[in-house]
Design a protein around this ligand. Structure first.
Ligand code: PLP
Length: 401
């Protein structure tokens, strides 16, 4: 079929094409750049140039870790590259169960279940647990996969102001007596890098009889003394009912998981459509994830170094006069304002071999366009200093600072 007629699809394609072309014309298109080579944990080769990596989610620098690579290779030798289909039928391998036990142990939970991506995990878990007549309360800045899951579930979907506990309480009070209710939020917010006020959320969930789900995509390996995430960070073990996370960020693999009570996990194993109707995680990726959780516990220096690097990066950027919003973690927004300024800052940084990426509207509210920089355990202090010098110089040239 030719996309020629004036229908909705054609219109949408044309609008996007125009936006992308306008960016390309100004040399402001930075997306989908192929990384040619990954050098250690902190550098990449892009367009033939070696660049410091400040756009990675591999917070502990575990991509390419010898133990993790070896585990993946051994799994290929043992199981091959695919599975025999879906988990419920012939797709479950011993490495899947091993991984789920490792996750349950890491998250101090009774059991865990894995899926093939974090996105799919949020979609399938929320739609399996909730339906018409139920209520789901969502932080305004929650990840798109949570929003999509909430909308697909058919439950009454209410959003509360970002990390605003008075607003959350108000919305909990509006739910009719007897209705099932779930509160769901990112533990560390993926665009702003700030941390959910877990103690208050837990208090409110208990007061109003709501279940609590946390998305730990950016908190596992980042928060807590041993990197176990939000419950360890606030010393509130056992306070989160549905502990969701991805295997694609700090854990250098792919996939998602939920950890929790045995009844919950059994229910998801038999009731969630992404488990029943979609093939199992490939053995190499399951084995890599399994080994990565062990490496985190065996190499606690990585968390200490990430914390030190995070302090250096945030304090340094603030010292230069940048607005880093409310971040206290490895995700560091560098506020620029307009899309244009965010693109221009990215351009200058990349020309000087600092690989950062902009986040613009509609991913963030208009006027809050920014660099979304990340700092890793694999960065050295002098590398971070150099990156900040370059971002600072560019910021001054553009009048951002
Ligand atoms: C990345 C991310 C996801 C999706 O995880 P994938 O494994 O990449 O599909 C879900 N939630 C949050 C908060 C994320 O940042």
């Amino acid at each position: 079929m030719d996309f020629r007629s004036d229908d909705g699809i054609t219109r949408r394609m044309a609008m996007l094409k125009q936006r992308v072309q306008a960016a390309r014309d100004q040399d402001f298109y930075f997306y989908n750049q192929p990384v040619e080579e990954v050098l250690g944990g902190s550098k990449v080769i892009v367009n033939g140039r070696e660049m410091g990596m400040y756009a990675s989610y591999s917070y502990l620098g575990l991509i390419g870790h010898p133990r993790i690579n070896a585990a993946a290779k051994a799994a290929v030798d043992k199981f091959g590259t695919g599975t025999h289909g879906v988990r419920s039928l012939a797709g479950t391998l011993t490495i899947h169960r091993e991984l789920e036990e490792t996750i349950a142990d890491f998250k101090h939970a009774e059991d865990a279940v894995t899926f093939t991506s974090g996105y799919v995990t949020n979609l399938t878990v929320i739609t399996t647990l909730l339906g018409r007549g139920d209520y789901v309360l969502c932080d305004k800045l929650n990840h798109a996969s949570i929003v999509d899951g909430c909308m697909m579930s058919g439950a009454e979907f209410r959003r509360f102001k970002h990390n605003d506990m008075l607003d959350l309480e108000k919305r909990l009070q509006q739910i009719p007596d007897g209705a099932t209710r779930l509160v769901v939020a990112d533990a560390v917010f993926s665009m702003d890098g700030d941390v959910i006020d877990l103690p208050r959320v837990v208090e409110l969930c208990r007061k109003y009889g709501a279940y609590l789900m946390m998305d730990e995509a950016h908190s596992v390996g980042v928060l807590g003394k041993t990197g176990r995430g939000i419950e360890e960070y606030f010393d509130l073990w056992g306070s989160v009912d549905i502990k969701m996370g991805t295997l694609s960020k700090t854990i250098p693999s792919v996939g998602g998981y939920v950890a929790g009570k045995k009844e919950l996990i059994d229910f998801l194993r038999h009731g969630s459509r992404a488990y029943i109707f979609s093939a199992a995680l490939p053995p190499a990726q399951a084995a890599a994830a399994n080994e990565a959780f062990k490496v985190i516990l065996d190499e606690p220096w990585r968390i200490e170094k990430l914390n030190a690097n995070t302090q250096q990066f945030i304090q340094g950027l603030k010292g230069l006069g940048f607005d880093t919003m409310l971040t206290t973690t490895a995700i560091v927004p560098v506020l620029c304002g307009t899309d244009e300024r965010a693109f221009a800052l990215t351009q200058l940084a990349q020309r000087n071999n600092v690989f950062v990426l902009p986040v613009v509207s509609p991913a963030v509210p208009e006027g809050l366009s920014r660099l979304r920089a990340t700092v890793l355990a694999s960065h050295e202090p002098d590398e971070i200093k150099r990156a900040m010098d370059i971002i600072g110089q560019a910021g001054r040239e553009l009048g951002i600072i």
